[in-house]
Design a protein around this ligand. Structure first.
Ligand SMILES: Cc1cc2nc3c(=O)[nH]c(=O)nc-3n(C[C@H](O)[C@H](O)[C@H](O)COP(=O)(O)OP(=O)(O)OC[C@H]3O[C@@H](n4cnc5c(N)ncnc54)[C@H](O)[C@@H]3O)c2cc1C
Length: 711
């Protein structure tokens, strides 16, 4: 807390202490006012503006400082100024006072509360951002909710000050009128109890809830309206149709079958999708072979005089296909049919929210899950079609190793493939228009990977924007713009890996008018519903992540919500999302890194453990990389972890579970890790944190104790 905050807090505490110490509350009672009423009335008649101004300021001060007395002052306002003027004065004074209290709470406490309870408040913050005005309006109208508490609590949320002001002004008006009106009859009032009858409180509550109920009803009508345009079958053939049998579709169908619903899975190519045929599986198989080669090249490091392997690139690529074939049965029609899923090979087309056409037949269904995946994006750079290219979809067909390969893109897919091809012997140039590769990671992480790439002979051109492809004298050339200059790079093969875009055409999305997001994915709400409440989307087609494990994670929500949403719907939970880039060194992450923490304004502490000190890594000749942990300042609560190094993707699992189960660094430190393993790095990172937070004062006393014990 900075000095200004401490000073303000002290002033507020002093005012509150004075209020109670000098028993100022006795001046804010009905009895006291009644004894003074004639004198006050006389003064008001003599000095109407002065008395109104004084009353106004006193009201603002009492409410702004959250002191008790607002109710009495409202009654008194009615008694002194009458219904009209009393209402005008108090309506503005109470809103200004409320806003002052709101701002004070925001200034003093919001950062601290938001930081401390960051993960727990995410849902509340989202709710306030979306419906904050409605909630505030409801609270304002129901006098049962204490006025001062609403001001203080709202100050802790992200609601905008102007919204708070306007809603408070309008929301408090009915209550103000009732109290001011009661104040005009103050002589007859014996206590505050009778002012609001239960009926009146009920009416206010209804009035308060009215906008929220109206909004929800409108939403309900809207969603029903989009469905009403289509004939709803009296009977459905199925409970669920899933479009696409990739990572998302397979899991969605599996879950639906497991809970005994009738589910049909439609796939136009092959069961398994991108991950099995063109994504995770082939890339990891290729990486394994490339890694073997890299070890051969490092033979001397391992104590061999030399080592040599003879290989044919085509055999490596055939091995990749063999691995795919070995895994294929996991995603096969046979397996899924046995699990209770009806599998149809064909191209699905949604003709209504209740009907999907496939192979000339129309199938009716209560719900649909779209899991149509994504495809590589090829930027419309002049000449790109003329020079020709491969993407992550087609690179697996290569059987001849390109002599000179240009890889466009410095993201995870491009980087993994860059290193593989370089290790097989291609002369590889990686072109990235941003200032660094793996730009979602922290700068030192990109730096470590770039350094390794360059050490392996890869030309990494960052800050290079490909602007044209040409064929000159039979040679293929890319022209890049770099710091105002044109840089030309010749190549034999071009691999475009600049991102993947959702598949959103060809299966009825446009015809049904299903909206797309800004990222051109299918727009879904928190429950993964599209604008049709019975059509869901998950996986790459919905985003925001493009991983197999997130596709599977979303698929659970989509399937369960599609089948049981009428009873209970679940919000997709993205609180702990891990991922890895399988370059060498591997880069794995869960939660926040420094870049994201700064972007989101989350305060953090960094603890870094260097793997070069780890016994097992030294024994394995892999003594490089880091475990970098972000924690809440002064606490062992983990905000995020990045691991760079050998098997980082496996090592991070401990931190994923720690974050998910809210286990702090102290507990990781007190857990026995097997010696000598790479996993010990996780514990040592926790140890680094502990060392930095050792209780120095206490240790000084302990040292004195030991000195005394030695005599
Ligand atoms: C090179 C590369 C490496 C990767 N490595 C990893 C990794 O290591 N780890 C990781 O987690 N992720 C990785 N990914 C990402 C991962 O592959 C995807 O996130 C994941 O496969 C997405 O699954 P999905 O089900 O959403 O889509 P997909 O797997 O693309 O499945 C969509 C399916 O829908 C079908 N389909 C589309 N339209 C229709 C229609 N009208 N009718 C019937 N069927 C239709 C398609 O044929 C396709 O089979 C990698 C991706 C690439 C390209």
């Amino acid at each position: 807390m900075n000095n200004t905050k401490v000073l303000l807090l002290l002033v507020l505490a002093a005012v509150a202490a004075a209020f109670f110490l000098f028993d100022l509350g006795e001046y804010f009672t009905l009895e006291y006012f009644k004894t003074q009423q004639s004198a006050i009335d006389a003064y008001r008649q003599a000095q109407p503006w002065m008395s109104a101004s004084f009353f106004f300021l006193l009201y603002v001060a009492v409410t702004g400082l959250s002191l008790p007395g607002a109710v009495i002052m409202t009654l008194v306002g009615g008694a002194i100024f009458g219904l009209i003027w009393g209402t005008v004065i108090i309506s503005f004074a109470s809103t200004i006072g409320a806003t002052v209290a709101f701002l004070v709470s925001r200034f003093l406490l919001r950062d601290m509360v938001q930081e401390k309870f960051a993960s727990n408040l995410t849902a509340i913050n989202e709710g306030i951002k979306k419906d904050g005005a409605f909630y505030l309006f409801t609270l304002r109208l129901i006098p049962a909710f204490p006025f001062f508490l609403i001001n203080l609590l709202m100050g802790l949320t992200p609601i905008r000050t102007l919204v708070f002001w306007i809603v408070s002004q309008i929301g408090m008006l009915p209550g103000t009128i009732v109290y001011v009106n009661a104040g005009t009859q103050i002589a007859k009032l014996e206590s505050l109890g009778g002012i609001l009858s239960p009926g009146l409180i009920g009416s206010f509550a209804l009035l308060g809830l009215f906008p929220l109920i109206t909004r929800k009803t409108l939403e309900f009508i809207q969603t029903r309206k989009v469905l009403r345009m289509y004939d709803k079958p009296n009977k459905f053939d199925r409970n669920l149709i899933v479009i696409g049998a990739g990572s998302a579709g397979l899991v969605a169908a599996y879950i639906a079958a497991a809970v005994k619903s009738k589910v049909t899975l439609i796939e136009k190519h092959k069961m398994g999708g991108d991950c099995l045929y063109t994504g995770c599986v082939p890339s990891k198989a290729l990486i394994r072979s490339a890694k073997f080669l890299s070890h051969v090249k490092r033979a001397e490091q391992f104590g061999f005089k030399s080592a040599n392997v003879d290989f044919d690139f085509a055999d490596i690529m055939d091995r990749v296909q063999r691995i795919i074939q070995t895994i294929e049965p996991h995603d096969s029609v046979e397996r899924y049919t046995k699990l209770g899923v009806e599998c149809i090979q064909g191209e699905a087309n949604m003709t209504s929210p209740y009907a999907v056409d496939v192979n000339g037949k129309t199938l009716t269904t209560r719900s649909i899950v779209i899991a149509a995946g994504a495809h590589p994006f090829v930027p419309p750079i002049p000449g790109v079609e003329e020079v020709g290219y491969v993407t992550s979809d087609t690179v697996w067909e290569l059987r001849e190793l390109p002599k000179r390969l240009v890889v466009l893109g410095g993201g995870p897919i491009g980087s993994e493939l860059v290193q593989c091809f370089a290790r097989f012997g291609s002369n590889v140039t990686q072109i990235e228009m941003l200032p660094r590769i793996l730009s979602r990671e922290d700068p030192e992480v990109s730096e470590m990977v770039t350094k390794q790439f360059r050490a392996e002979g890869i030309e990494v051109l960052v800050d290079h924007k490909a602007k044209e492809f040409r064929i000159e004298n039979g040679e293929r050339i890319v022209v890049c713009e770099h710091q105002g200059e044109d840089i030309r790079v010749g190549f034999d093969e071009l691999l475009v890996a600049v991102g993947r875009v959702a598949n959103t055409t060809g299966y009825g999305l446009e015809e049904l008018g299903i909206d797309l997001s800004k990222q051109r994915t299918v727009a879904v709400n928190d429950f993964l519903q599209t604008k049709y409440p019975n059509i869901y989307a998950c996986g790459d087609v919905a985003g925001p992540y493009q991983f197999t494990h997130t596709a599977a994670h979303q698929a659970w929500y989509a399937s369960v919500n599609a089948l049981f949403g009428g009873l209970k719907k679940f919000r997709a939970d993205y609180s702990v999302i891990p991922w890895a880039t399988f370059t060498d060194p591997e880069v794995a992450r869960v939660g926040l890194n420094e870049l994201e923490a700064q972007e989101k304004g989350v305060k953090y502490e960094v603890t870094t453990y260097k793997i070069e000190e780890l016994d097992r890594a030294i024994a394995d000749e892999e003594a490089h990389g880091i475990v970098k942990v972000l924690t809440v300042p002064g606490k062992d609560r983990i905000l995020g972890v990045t691991i760079v190094g050998e098997h980082a993707g496996d090592l991070i699992a401990e931190y994923i579970i720690a974050m998910r189960q809210k286990v702090g660094l102290n507990k990781i430190l007190s857990t026995i890790h097997i010696y000598p393993t790479l996993a010990e790095a996780n514990k040592y990172a926790a140890g680094e944190w502990k060392r930095a937070h050792a209780p120095a004062g206490l240790l000084r006393w302990v040292e004195r104790f030991h000195t005394w014990r030695r005599g």
